[in-house]
Design a protein around this ligand. Structure first.
Ligand SMILES: Cc1cc2nc3c(=O)[nH]c(=O)nc-3n(C[C@H](O)[C@H](O)[C@H](O)COP(=O)(O)O)c2cc1C
Length: 162
């Protein structure tokens, strides 16, 4: 009986340990979503999609048009697109934050998410990850460290290769 109880206790402990990683991501066209799903599987993590209240259309994403929504947002460092649903980040020790690279850095909706969760994210291990057409993640990493210096940023991951 004791052994059974011990086994049940250990199983419960392991479940709670496994649940301590969160993979939160924004993806406009599905590439970062696929990378986030792979990452969450690898780390047995909870997956969370950061969704804009107003989804991005193809026209919104037109980087060649300097009046498109994405261009306007990226040209304004203070822009914070509204997020559809809040996230409870309190149960997690490690938080992966994923996004497509937009103009070298993270889309402003990532700022919205970080701003919304800022006090609760302090003290956690923060790992940025990204997908891109060709850019690296270094500029985005430097931007996040500079903009959110109170967070414990670790080296980022560029997950372009499957
Ligand atoms: C507005 C916009 C800006 C982009 N800027 C860059 C960039 O600076 N460097 C780059 O390599 N790719 C850039 N891309 C390409 C995306 O980073 C790439 O296609 C990404 O994998 C898309 O991820 P998603 O499908 O999760 O949205 C940009 C795409 C968009 C829509």
């Amino acid at each position: 009986m004791k052994r059974i109880l011990l086994a049940l206790f250990c199983a419960a402990c392991m479940t709670s340990m496994e649940a301590k990683t969160l993979v939160a991501y924004f993806s406009a066209t599905g590439t970062t979503k696929a990378a986030a799903e792979r990452l969450a599987k690898q780390h047995d993590a909870r997956l969370w999609e950061i969704e804009p209240a107003e989804p991005y259309t193809a026209a919104d994403l037109d980087w060649r048009n300097d009046k498109s929504r994405s261009s306007l947002e990226m040209n304004d460092p203070e822009e914070r697109p509204t997020i559809k649903r809040c996230t409870d980040v309190t149960p997690y020790d490690t938080v992966y934050v994923g996004f497509p690279i937009w103009w070298g850095i993270c889309p402003r909706i990532i700022n919205s998410w970080l701003d919304n969760n800022l006090p609760q994210l302090e003290g956690k291990t923060m790992i940025p990850f990204a997908t891109s057409g060709s850019s690296g993640i270094e500029e985005a990493e430097a931007y996040l460290k500079k903009t959110y210096p109170t967070l414990n940023w670790k080296k980022g991951l560029l997950l372009n290769k499957r």
